[in-house]
Write a new protein. Structure first.
Length: 617
């Protein structure tokens, strides 16, 4: 482990130096000409000096592209803009750097496309429709930010150390870190107002070289940002969604997949997690989905208030919009752009939640480019490397100790939606995803048809983080949490078996205890698992309230079963008026739940006692 970390640090140091050399213009540029155009794929010749994954400018319109394959002096380029009208002989120029994102103040509240071009700036230049070849910096170059140092001249700093802060929004304090590959003594640092390109500090390295540090740094999107140590996923990412937090929780730094057919609520689940998940920063990637869904996000998020701060949710959100009508090749880059931005905020010590909607559209972009490259197709036409590419993306999640002398803890949780054709999760993208992720929230069209939302099927979904987080739930919420969860799961599984019997022989064939179990399971489904995303109270349920809701359902079942053993009539027990009050408990505001819980328990006791009196039957 330590040997691997040692070599990792050497690798990051070499790469940091390489990136710095390329940025300083030391890399050999390569110019060629177009030989062939096939949709988003352009073949250029004369590119012998270019490198894999270098960014290129194609034709006189300077369309952005990326080299994805090299044969001799021929380079295959995926172009991130519309290629109609291009022809052989047009110039191609490599800029000598891999596709990179700009990381610095100005990311929060921004809306980027798949290659980090700010859509608001592009709109001011070209109107509502995107035009080709528009060159706009990712971060605004004219805006000044107030920089407050936390280090002083003479301090020794290393990669990842925080040298100062910028108040980016009312919610987010942007921490300016020493770029990777730089370590030494601070010879200059000063408070003041700076643009993202201006030098805020100077570091003299051990070999006497002076390195300027600005508010902004760059990082190649296909390379994960380094960290010191990865931690065990033993604490949950609380989402406020009962079916998730109670039955199938995701860990901080964990990975989850949300597969489901059209109309089953994938996007609403992603929106709910983006709104309510216990994360400091949210990165939402609209990757190939419909434009009207991204419009909903853009309209909703500025109006939503952050429950922790009371400010707009957009003040801690980065949006990447690469909808289905945008160039297909940019989809492939969009999830890497998003996760690199997310890693940057993780390195500051924040808890970050990334939503990718959806990885199926990203895989379709991979399939299209693979077909145009004439690669040997795998299952259903997807490239043979689909699984490894998905793994490279999801494995960048985690709860980590960051680089830097103060050893901050940060986490990056990734939730990816999957859109299998016809809801068939046996297709390649779903199966490759399930081999990687540890949480599976399987959305069910039958539940959605019954208007049961979130339509997470409790019989097919699972979470492999449950056992590692059991101690956290028992010690933080209540020592009986895991026991109650197990009872609920058992009851739902028993209900599925009993319903099969009912279909065969009818309800009358069931014993009174089995019928009571069916009623209690219905209460679990309708009163606990069903949740209204658009109700001001029910949209978010804190863990304490979830625990009380479980207690109420189990209190009804245990007391009714005890009454049944004492001779009470099953008809009376299933028609207790207190059951309606139990069902309405989820709409009770947080400040009144203790009072309402005590009142319901008291009323339940009275009604059960009444049901077992001799004179009542």
């Amino acid at each position: 482990m330590y040997i691997l970390n040692f070599f990792d640090h050497i690798l990051w140091g070499v790469q940091g130096a390489l990136l710095q050399n390329r940025k300083d213009g030391h890399e050999i540029m390569s110019n060629g000409t177009i030989k062939k155009v096939a949709g988003p794929l352009v073949i250029a010749e004369g590119m012998r000096d270019a490198n894999m994954f270098d960014v290129v400018r194609v034709s006189d319109q300077r369309l952005i592209g990326e080299i994805i394959e090299i044969h001799g002096d021929k380079a295959s380029i995926q172009v991130y803009e519309e290629t109609s009208g291009l022809g052989p002989g047009a110039p191609v120029e490599s800029i000598g750097m891999p596709l990179s994102v700009e990381l610095g103040p100005g990311l929060i509240t921004s809306i980027f496309d798949g290659i980090q071009r700010p859509l608001d700036d592009i709109m001011r230049i070209s109107g509502n429709n995107l035009k080709r070849g528009v060159e706009v910096p990712s971060l605004k170059r004219d805006k000044k930010w107030h920089f407050t140092p936390v280090k002083a001249v003479g301090d020794y700093v290393e990669s990842g150390d925080i040298i100062g802060t910028v108040q980016e929004t009312d919610i987010v304090l942007h921490k300016i870190m020493v770029p990777n590959g730089i370590a030494g003594k601070l010879t200059s640092i000063a408070e003041g107002d700076y643009t993202v390109e201006e030098t805020v500090a100077v570091v003299e390295t051990d070999d006497g070289t002076a390195k300027n540090i600005a508010l902004m740094q760059k990082w190649p999107v296909r390379v994960g940002r380094p960290y010191a140590q990865k931690l065990s996923p033993d604490m949950p990412l609380v989402t406020g969604q009962r079916v998730i937090d109670t039955l199938f929780p995701i860990a901080k730094g964990g990975v989850a997949a949300v597969p489901g057919p059209f109309g089953s609520g994938k996007t609403v689940v992603q929106h709910q997690l983006a709104k309510w998940a216990e994360a400091d920063i949210v990165v939402y990637i609209g990757c190939g989905e419909r434009g009207n869904e991204m419009t909903d996000v853009l309209n909703e998020f500025p109006e939503l208030l952050d429950p922790k701060t009371g400010k707009s949710l957009m003040e801690r959100t980065v949006l990447i919009a690469n909808t289905s009508d945008m160039p297909v090749a940019a989809r492939e880059a969009s999830i890497y752009t998003g996760i690199t931005i997310a890693e940057y905020f993780r390195d500051m010590g924040y808890s970050v939640a990334l939503m990718a909607d959806s990885t199926s559209r990203w895989a379709e972009a991979l399939r299209e480019m693979s077909g145009r490259l004439e690669e040997m197709p795998g299952e259903e036409g997807y490239p043979a490397y689909l699984g490894s590419r998905l793994a490279q993306f999801y494995e960048r999640a985690g709860r980590v100790i960051t680089l830097g002398s103060d050893k901050r803890e940060g986490s990056l949780s990734v939730i990816g939606a999957v859109s299998p054709p016809g809801g068939d999760i046996s297709e390649p993208v779903s199966q490759a995803t399930l081999r990687i992720v540890k949480v599976f929230w399987g959305l069910d069209s039958a539940l959605a048809y019954k208007r049961h939302f979130p339509a997470v099927n409790w019989l097919t979904s699972y979470s492999l983080y449950v056992d590692t987080m059991a101690n956290w739930f028992n010690s933080t919420v209540n020592q009986d949490w895991m026991n109650l969860r197990a009872k609920l799961m058992r009851m739902l599984q028993d209900e599925a078996e009993l319903e099969e019997i009912v279909k065969l022989v009818g309800m009358d064939a069931l014993s009174a205890p089995d019928r009571l179990k069916l009623e209690a399971a219905r209460s679990v489904r309708e009163d606990f698992l069903h949740q209204d995303a658009f109700h001001e109270v029910d949209t978010y349920t804190p863990l304490e309230k979830q625990y009380l809701m479980m207690m109420l359902v189990m209190a009804y079942y245990d007391n009714a079963l005890n009454a049944l053993n004492q001779g009470a009539d099953i008809e009376k027990l299933v028609k207790l008026s207190v059951r309606e009050r139990i069902g309405r408990f989820k709409y009770i505001p947080k400040e009144k739940i203790e009072e309402e819980y005590d009142a319901i328990i008291k009323e339940l006791g009275n009604e059960i006692a009444s049901a077992v009196r001799k004179e009542d039957y």
